[in-house]
Ligand binder design. Structure first.
Ligand SMILES: NC(=O)c1ccc[n+]([C@@H]2O[C@H](COP(=O)([O-])OP(=O)(O)OC[C@H]3O[C@@H](n4cnc5c(N)ncnc54)[C@H](O)[C@@H]3O)[C@@H](O)[C@H]2O)c1
Length: 362
């Protein structure tokens, strides 16, 4: 392993060749002071293609062989959710920093074991909350820092699709491999953005429902290249939750992969403040006209429409921050604790839906 605070390049191994793995591979490869020296994944042709086009020498079918290398500074984890914990723990325990896809793990307990491993090894565990790095979300964060919209007592946050079960029958719809449906797939991003914009309150109690009407009937899927799985649909396709906060405020979090509704591919976050409000609405990954700010001017309701363009490359931004943390040599608050809280909240969502009652967040 190299001296990560010096100017020597950081040596990175990337696990996973799907959307997440390829996005991380391209982001790491594009940055100065980084060498991607190893790549792992089970699609042989794609492995060869990606390694050859990106100039990566080390190629592995199984993650264990990549993580066993003793010359890596960083392991990037972009594989089905159930493999995040074993890969991250093995990498952290052998002294590597880890960049992990969301959700941290299928359950809060597994997520806890990853955070424990990061703290014990004193290595960075960063999670790919790339949507938080969107230019419009960052604009809203700055707006809230500079303007007083009063106490934000409630947020509505959602990611809803009309027809978007990713790879119906792939690992995404397998309970053991994914840990759940859209709530664990899309929910982490939307919960992350809401908590980030609300100054990181803690979620204390959750009341939730989940349904799987379309997926169980074999409907609502979209052609996608996701891998693995058992060809079954074992998770929810719709979930809705009311989260109570330690501030006395609340969040309504809703996610759907498929529903007979006006939803298309809609990301929304609304903040209701005592003296103003903010709404982010992104239809089909729109890059412009996504923000509205609500206030009163002279007692008259007023709506402001900021012009914020949203370039792509949110993974690149979170990876840049991750590398900067490593290079700073100061990462005592970068062991994944905030991602762990998000995992505990998702646990509570599923527990509440199953028990049909409000439950406490661990
Ligand atoms: N942050 C985001 O915006 C975002 C977007 C998509 C997916 N994701 C997350 O990324 C992860 C992967 O999703 P995806 O869509 O890329 O999945 P995918 O099914 O397309 O790809 C999974 C990859 O993991 C590899 N893999 C599986 N088992 C392996 C093993 N034993 N050893 C080595 N490689 C192995 C497969 O070969 C495949 O290349 C998931 O956790 C998902 O939630 C995040």
């Amino acid at each position: 392993m190299s001296d990560t605070t010096a100017s020597t390049p950081l040596r990175v191994g990337v696990v996973g060749l799907g959307f997440a793995g390829t996005t991380a591979l391209d982001a790491f490869s594009s940055l100065p002071g980084v060498e991607v020296v190893a790549l792992a994944g089970q699609e042989d042709e794609r492995l060869t293609h990606l390694a050859e086009t990106r100039g990566v020498e080390g190629r592995y079918h199984d993650w264990e062989d990549l993580v066993a290398r003793d010359d890596l500074d960083v392991v990037s984890v972009g594989v089905p959710n159930h493999l995040h914990a074993p890969i991250a723990i093995a990498a952290l325990s052998s002294g590597k920093h880890v960049f992990c896809e969301k959700p941290l793990a299928p359950t809060g307990d597994l997520a806890q074991s990853m955070v424990d491993a990061a703290r014990k090894a004193d290595r960075v565990l960063e999670v790919a909350f790339n949507h938080r790095r969107r230019a419009d979300v960052q604009f809203i964060r700055r707006y809230l820092d500079e303007h007083d919209i009063g106490r934000i007592y409630h947020a509505r946050t959602s990611w809803r699709r009309r027809q978007g079960i990713p790879g119906l029958g792939s690992w995404f719809t397998n309970q053991a491999m994914a840990g759940g449906g859209p709530m664990i797939d899309l929910g982490p991003h939307m919960l992350d953005i809401a908590l980030f914009l609300m100054d990181e309150p803690k979620v204390t109690r959750v009341s939730a429902v989940t349904y799987g009407e379309l997926g169980r009937a074999g409907r609502g899927g979209r052609a996608a290249g996701a891998t693995g799985g058992t060809r079954t649909f074992e998770v929810e396709d719709f979930a809705s939750a009311l989260l109570r906060l330690d501030t006395g405020g609340s969040i309504h979090l809703e996610t759907s992969w498929a529903s007979h509704s006006a939803d298309e591919e809609d990301i929304a976050v609304e903040l209701l403040g005592a003296a103003g409000g903010v709404r982010l609405f992104v239809r089909d990954y729109a890059t412009d006209d996504t923000i509205r700010i609500y206030s009163d001017i002279d007692g008259v309701p007023a709506t402001t429409v900021p012009t914020v363009h949203v370039p792509s490359g949110h993974h690149l931004k979170v990876i840049e921050e991750f590398l900067a943390t490593i290079r700073s040599g100061a990462w005592a608050d970068s062991y994944g604790d905030s991602a762990l809280h998000r995992s505990r909240v998702l646990d509570a969502v599923y527990a509440s839906a199953q028990q049909q009652q409000e439950v406490e967040v661990a």
